[in-house]
Design a protein around this ligand. Structure first.
Ligand code: COA
Length: 221
């Protein structure tokens, strides 16, 4: 039986709050057309040709990000679809068919954040071969997908280029933490945490400005 979106949002909100480092604010909302009313003009224009469901997920993602930020700022669509935030804050959005999640924090502390979620479940072998590198062993391909997408969003916010999934390598550390490394000369390690919550993989990556490293403890070198 499908759980109500509000119940899913509540359990994901608890999980995200425990996965995210201190100082990163999180919000999870059930996807709802009601959030269309709070779109700013530029945001509404970006969705002018979109289907109703896409408008709803976009609007709910914006609402979640504004709630995480704690202020009603416009978040235009930037290069490649990334959310463009005021310079003093950074953040990230993801959605599935039921909920939108957002993380946000001060740019003085965080150079980049990334979040992703996706329903758990087996991935067809041909897709898994595109997502998982041979040196990532037998990690769940759907999980690898989510870890890489969260890391890619942070990487993109740092100015990194578009990557194929096999151009990012993930290594899972203990206690739900991971390191994602773009296979690009000079790229940093992107550290994150992940979990399986309400039949969904959920991952968050945070890259600090002060030390220039991930913020989830020593983890993997
Ligand atoms: C950006 C991308 C990762 C989003 O993933 P998705 O599964 O399609 O959708 P999600 O729900 O997880 O996330 C969507 C949100 O990501 C954000 N986003 C889009 N492009 C982004 C980018 N370049 N950087 C950071 N965030 C981005 C947006 O806020 C978007 O929501 P919105 O359009 O409603 O504002 C994906 O569309 C993409 O472009 N992938 C290409 C690169 C890649 O994945 N490489 C392999 C991993 S290394």
């Amino acid at each position: 039986m499908t759980r109500p979106a509000a119940a899913v949002a509540a359990s994901l909100a608890d999980a995200l709050a425990s996965l995210a480092p201190t100082g990163v604010r999180c919000e999870v909302l059930p996807i709802d057309a009601v959030h269309r009313a709070s779109l700013f003009a530029d945001e509404r224009a970006a969705m002018a040709a979109a289907r109703p469901r896409r408008r709803d997920e976009f609007a709910t993602g914006r609402a979640a990000l504004r709630a995480a930020l704690g202020r009603p700022v416009a978040v235009p669509v930037g290069d490649g679809g990334r959310p463009v935030l005021p310079p003093d804050v950074t953040g990230s959005i993801a959605h599935d068919d039921a909920v939108a999640v957002a993380v946000a924090g001060s740019s003085a502390r965080w150079a980049a954040l990334g979040v992703d979620l996706e329903r758990a479940g087996p991935m067809p072998a041909d897709e898994a071969a595109l997502v998982r590198r041979t040196d990532e062993g037998d990690l769940d391909a759907r999980m690898v997908f989510v870890l890489k997408e969260a890391a890619y969003k942070a990487w993109s916010a740092l100015g990194g280029r578009l990557l194929d999934f096999t151009e990012m390598r993930v290594e899972v550390a203990g206690e739900g933490s991971f390191v994602a490394t773009p296979i690009v000369s000079g790229a940093p390690n992107l550290r994150g945490r992940y979990g399986l919550v309400d039949e969904r993989w959920l991952a968050v990556v945070a890259f600090t400005r002060r030390t220039g490293v991930g913020c989830f403890g020593a983890g993997l070198a």
